[in-house]
Design a protein around this ligand. Structure first.
Ligand code: TYM
Length: 341
C-alpha cells in the first residue's frame, strides 16, 4: 500500500471550501478565510472549492443552489484567488467525496457527531435536522483528507470540524496503516471571528444573521455605509479594544485593522479622544474601498459565465487527479476490491 508521501506534491498542499448558502459571501468569510487563501496560494499547492454538497443540508430551491454556486466561485476569484495558480472547483464534480465520506462515517462513533456544536446550534435555531446535517463533519473530513492537505485555512467556527478530521485521520491510520496526512488548521488570530453588527456577541453568519447585521460583498456602497453607521456599540465613548466589555467597538477595530493593515494599537491611539461616529465613518470608508474593486471584478466574471465554467472545468481536472489517487488508497486500505476501469 502506498503512503501519503508517495503522492506528496513538491509544495505542501492547502485546501478549503465555502458553502453557497446565501446570495453573496460576507465580510466574515472574506476576512476569516478568503484573504488567507489568497496570501497562501503563493507558497502552497492550493485547492479551493464550492461546498455545494454541504449546501444541500439547507433545503433550497434548485435554481437558487445553481445561481449561488456560480456566484460563490466567482467571488473566490474576485477576492483574489488566481485560477491559474489554484484549483477552483465544485465539490460535487469530484465523484469520490461522498464515497470517502461513507468509508469515514463507518469509522465514526455516534457520540462524536452528537458532540458537534454546529449541529446543536443550527438545530436550536430552527434548522431542520436532516441526516445530512448531522453527518456534515464527516463529509468535511473526507473533503480535507482526500487531498492530503497540510493546512486548512478557515475561520474559528470550523475549529471543531478540523479537530474531528484530525481524530478520524489518526484513527484510520492506526487501524489500517498510514493512509491519510493529518492536517493542521490555519486559523488567523485577529480576524477568525467577525461578529454581527446588530449583535456583536454572535458571529456574522450568512444564514443566521439579520440583513442589517451582515456586510455582504455584494452590498452597494450606500448599504455598506448605512449598516456600519448603525452598528451596535456601547454606552461609553472611548474607542478601546476589549472584546469582553466592548464587543461592538472591538469588532469594528478588527475589521478596520485587517482591511487597512494598521494595527489595533495604532488605531486606538489615532482615535483617542474621538467618538464612535468617527470610528464608524472610517470603518465604512475602508470597507467601501476594499469592496469596490472586488465588485468590479465580480461583475466581469458574472458577465462571462462560459469563462467561469471553463475555470471550474480546469480546476476540477486537477482536483480529480489528486482525489483519485487518495481514494484508491482508502478503498484498498479498508479491503474494497479494485474496480475494473
Ligand atoms: P462556511 O461556508 O460557513 O464559511 C466559509 C469560511 O468562512 C469562515 N467564516 C468566518 N470567519 C470569520 N468570521 C465569521 N463571522 C465567519 N463566518 C464564516 C468559515 O470559518 C469558513 O472558513 N464547513 C465549511 C465548508 C467546508 C470546508 C470543507 C471548509 C466544507 N468542507 C473542507 C474547509 C475544508 C463551512 O460551512 O464554511
Amino acid at each position: 500500500m502506498s503512503t501519503p508521501s508517495t503522492d506528496a506534491p513538491a509544495r505542501p498542499r492547502i485546501l478549503s471550501g465555502m458553502q453557497p448558502t446565501s446570495d453573496s459571501l460576507h465580510l466574515g468569510n472574506y476576512l476569516g478565510a478568503l484573504v488567507n487563501w489568497v496570501s497562501m496560494q503563493e507558497d502552497f499547492d492550493a485547492y479551493f472549492f464550492v461546498a455545494d454538497l454541504h449546501a444541500l443540508t439547507v433545503p433550497t430551491d434548485p435554481e437558487v443552489v445553481r445561481r449561488r454556486t456560480r456566484v460563490t466561485a466567482a467571488q473566490f476569484i474576485a477576492g483574489g484567488v488566481d485560477p491559474e495558480r489554484s484549483a477552483v472547483f465544485c465539490q460535487s464534480h469530484v465523484g469520490p467525496h461522498p464515497e470517502v465520506a461513507w468509508i469515514l462515517a463507518c469509522q465514526t462513533a455516534m457520540g462524536e457527531m452528537n458532540r458537534m456544536t454546529q449541529f446543536k446550534d443550527k438545530t436550536a435555531k430552527g434548522q431542520n435536522a436532516n441526516v445530512g446535517l448531522f453527518t456534515y463533519p464527516v463529509l468535511m473530513a473526507a473533503d480535507i483528507l482526500m487531498y492530503d492537505a497540510a493546512f486548512v485555512p478557515v475561520g474559528e467556527d470550523q475549529r471543531q470540524h478540523l479537530e474531528i478530521t484530525r481524530d478520524l485521520a489518526l484513527r484510520f491510520n492506526q487501524r489500517f496503516g498510514e493512509t491519510f496526512r493529518v492536517p493542521e488548521p490555519y486559523i488567523p488570530k485577529a480576524s477568525a471571528k467577525i461578529m454581527e453588527l446588530t449583535d456583536p456577541t454572535s458571529k456574522m453568519s450568512g444564514t443566521n444573521s439579520p440583513d442589517k447585521g451582515i456586510l455582504l460583498l455584494s452590498d452597494t456602497e450606500k448599504q455598506l455605509r448605512k449598516k456600519v453607521m448603525s452598528a451596535v456599540t456601547d454606552t461609553e465613548a472611548e474607542v478601546r479594544f476589549d472584546p469582553e466589555a466592548k464587543p461592538g467597538v472591538s469588532n469594528l477595530l478588527v475589521v478596520h485593522s485587517t482591511l487597512s493593515g494598521r494595527s489595533v494599537e495604532q488605531l486606538q491611539a489615532d482615535f483617542a479622544g474621538r467618538g464612535y461616529g468617527d470610528l464608524k465613518k472610517e470603518v465604512a470608508d475602508v470597507v467601501v474601498e476594499a469592496v469596490r474593486p472586488f465588485q468590479e471584478r465580480m461583475a466581469e466574471l458574472l458577465d462571462d459565465p462560459a469563462e467561469l465554467d471553463r475555470i471550474l472545468a480546469r480546476g476540477v481536472e486537477r482536483a480529480r487527479v489528486v482525489a483519485a489517487a487518495t481514494t484508491d488508497r482508502v478503498r484498498d486500505a479498508v479491503g474494497l476490491l479494485p474496480a475494473a476501469r
